[in-house]
Design a protein around this ligand. Structure first.
Ligand code: FAD
Length: 335
């Protein structure tokens, strides 16, 4: 009997010929773990784009089969066209399970695909497992702003999920030597609702969900100059860690001090660093929804009763203006 297939939708990192996005490699790892738990399904990848031949060859080092739709209309991300191409791949490949990264493109494409396929989609999962007896996909996701966890069972194929960054580690290159299969797909140009003239890298390119250490500031950090103190702490950590980023609560972003790409929480990024340093952040449910994946939380707040202390592993009560410079001096002594 032919082996079933798990299909992982793979996207590129950033602009240009590109490397696979970290979240795609994590989902390929999630697929291979799922295959081991299940009946040894093939781990397959799906690559959509224009001129993506070389990229697909790279992905073949991670998956047994790489399904490619290479079409000029897929050159820039357009949700309707991508959903249409993905539907064509799903109908041709008939996978039991489709894994997508929980990132902004799939927040649009996922529901459209779910509607086209007439199947449920579970978004923002932090864990997926195969139930041996029934073959159901058990999808764990935080609910109520991260205050509770729910498990949803998907029975009907294709079982479709989006998975949060860092739910697993990344798959090593060379795990497979896959076959590339090119699929044709009739795409209607009228489905493209926007015309992209080109893509430019943002001035503030940031990958918060891959950061190992995040120094996040809240409303208590009032001005751009005040943020220089926090940037000093970021710089001190960067001497010891590779991926250190500055983050913020929504209050800071709403005040125009940092761009939305740095917002953490329910309507911002969901992060999973080794260390999350929350500075002058009170710990609203909406903010904490973004940090449930953090391994350790260190809080600096002048209010000893701030709710965030209840969710912190370490806490310092005091004004950050006094504490952060002392931290920086200590880190410099240690390095
Ligand atoms: P505050 O709650 O005002 O807290 C400031 C803290 O700084 C206080 O605890 C104070 O003691 C401390 N402080 C002040 N000065 C100092 C000092 N000098 N030194 C040390 N400590 C000091 N919020 C998010 O963050 N992310 C989201 O994604 C998000 N999404 C939302 C979605 C919806 C639908 C809604 C309604 C709200 C959302 N919010 C979100 C907003 C959220 O409810 C809070 O308003 C916000 O998180 C508060 O930010 P804060 O903790 O920085 O500010």
């Amino acid at each position: 009997m032919e082996r079933d297939r798990i299909l992982v939708v793979v996207q590129k990192k950033g602009i240009g010929p590109g490397r696979p996005a970290s979240i795609a490699l994590e989902n390929l790892k999630a697929a291979s773990l799922l295959s081991r738990q299940g009946s040894g399904e093939r781990v397959c990848a799906c690559v959509l784009g224009s001129g993506v031949g070389e990229f697909a060859m790279d992905i073949a080092f991670y998956a047994e089969e790489v399904y490619v739709v290479d079409h000029p209309l897929l050159g820039h991300f357009q949700a309707d066209l991508y959903a249409c191409a993905l539907e064509a791949v799903c109908r041709a490949v008939n996978p039991c399970t489709v894994l997508m990264g929980h990132r902004y493109e799939n927040s649009e494409v996922g529901p459209k695909l779910s509607c086209k396929m007439g199947r449920d989609l579970i978004t923002d999962c932090v864990k997926i497992e195969r139930e041996k007896e029934t073959g159901a996909l058990l999808c764990t996701k935080p609910i109520y702003g991260g205050n509770a966890t729910a498990v949803f069972a998907l029975h009907d194929r294709p079982q479709m999920v989006t998975i949060r960054a860092k739910a697993t580690d990344a798959l090593e290159k060379g795990t497979a030597k896959g076959v590339i299969k090119t699929l044709d797909c009739a795409l209607d140009p009228s489905m493209g609702l926007t015309e992209s003239l080109g893509l430019v890298a943002g001035e503030d390119a940031v990958d918060l969900n891959q950061a190992e250490v995040i120094v996040a500031g809240g409303r208590g950090v009032k001005t751009e100059d005040d943020f220089e103190t926090l940037k000093g702490l970021v710089a001190a950590f960067r001497r010891r860690f590779d991926k250190v980023e500055l983050g913020a609560s929504r209050a800071v972003v709403d005040a125009g001090l940092l761009p939305h790409s740095r917002q953490i929480g329910q309507t911002g990024e969901k992060v999973a660093p080794q260390l999350y340093i929350a500075i002058a952040i009170s710990g609203s449910a909406q903010h904490m929804a973004g940090v449930t994946g953090a391994k350790k939380i260190l809080t600096i707040n002048k209010d000893a009763d701030a709710a965030i202390f209840g969710a912190s592993d370490y806490g310092v009560v005091g004004k950050y203006e006094d504490i952060v410079p002392a931290f920086i001096r200590k880190l410099e002594e240690l390095s």
